[in-house]
Design a protein around this ligand. Structure first.
Ligand code: ZN
Ligand code: ZN
Length: 312
């Protein structure tokens, strides 16, 4: 086995295809933690007196991020941190992930808030999916509903714990998939908006930051494995219904033969974004006339989606 190209001492266990580095376990996990720190300072994500709400699903990405943030937080003594989990109500999936989320928070001594679709909207996602299927909704998948509603819940709960920033564990793969999906959906304004630090356009909207946005998913998986972090591994039972799944497979196939493609997509978008932002008028968010939450139109997306299901 080759020696680690970083410490030149221990045996390498991982070769980073897009950089050629061969790393031992210790140098590898350090490189991930350093990458997160570099991303945080590159995008100026943290301030000394921030109150963070960290979205924790119980999967490998968010659980690893929580572990790394707890380390980084030591350098930010005035920062406070609280973990939040959305219980969408997916039988056999979320309930199991929730156990991992609770266990990790206890182990790290992090305050943890759980909030469910049921208490926010009156229905579990499983019940909403039944309604979606009974209505024969074709243009919107369970994931479309879940994504919109989950973002709403996260924003509300972040506000409730008085956080000024909401941290999510979106990784390089998630970000590049989103870029391509927005192109496929013809959603140009969304391309400009989906950045590592989201601009705040409404006082009720908590700023979202993504410290994992430059870390590939498979490296987070290796990090979690090497750090013996316990997380839920089963995929969501509804995931196969989403276009995102096809985009993920396509990108992984390309990345395998052309290492570094995902980074190139991210960099390209960073260069195009200023032009897109200049093109789009500064969007003024207002308050939804039904629920009062921030929205672009008169009625917010969650209210629109729920109305479609409730009204027969
Ligand atoms: Zn090493
Ligand atoms: Zn609304």
């Amino acid at each position: 086995m080759a020696k680690c190209t970083s410490c030149k001492n221990r045996d390498a266990i991982f070769m980073r295809p897009y950089s050629g580095e061969k790393l031992c376990g210790r140098c590898f996990t350090k490189s991930i933690e350093r990458k997160v720190q570099a991303t945080i300072s590159k995008y100026d994500m943290l301030k000394r007196d921030d109150t963070l709400a960290v979205a924790i699903s119980g999967g490998k990405d968010s659980t690893s991020l929580l572990h790394i943030l707890m380390k980084i937080e030591k350098d930010f003594p005035e920062t406070t941190l609280c973990a939040v989990t959305v219980d969408e109500g997916i039988k056999g999936y979320r309930d199991e992930a929730l156990r991992f989320a609770i266990k990790n928070c206890q182990k790290l001594g992090v305050e943890h808030k759980v909030i469910s679709f049921k208490e926010m909207f009156g229905y579990r996602l499983d019940e909403l999916v039944d309604m979606i299927r009974r209505k024969g909704e074709r243009d919107l998948t369970p994931c479309a509903y879940c994504g919109v509603l989950r973002r709403r819940v996260l924003n509300s709960v972040a506000r409730k714990v008085r956080a000024n920033k909401l941290v999510t564990a979106h990784n390089l793969d998630d970000e590049t998939q989103t870029i391509l999906l927005n192109i496929m959906h013809g959603d140009v304004t969304r391309i400009a908006r989906a950045k590592p630090v989201l601009s705040v356009a409404h006082p009720e909207l908590i700023q979202r930051i993504k410290p994992f946005c430059e870390v590939p998913e498979r490296e987070i998986a290796l990090y979690a494995y090497l750090k013996k972090i316990e997380f839920q591994e089963n995929p969501c039972p509804y995931a196969h219904t989403a276009l995102r799944n096809d985009v993920r497979n396509m990108l992984n196939r390309i990345e395998q033969n052309h290492a570094g493609t995902k980074f190139t997509i991210l960099r390209s978008m960073e260069r195009i974004r200023p032009a897109l932002e200049a093109m789009n008028e500064e969007e003024k968010l207002r308050s939804c006339k039904l629920c009062g939450e921030p929205t672009m139109g008169e009625v917010c997306r969650p209210c629109q989606m729920l109305q479609r299901l409730y009204i027969s």
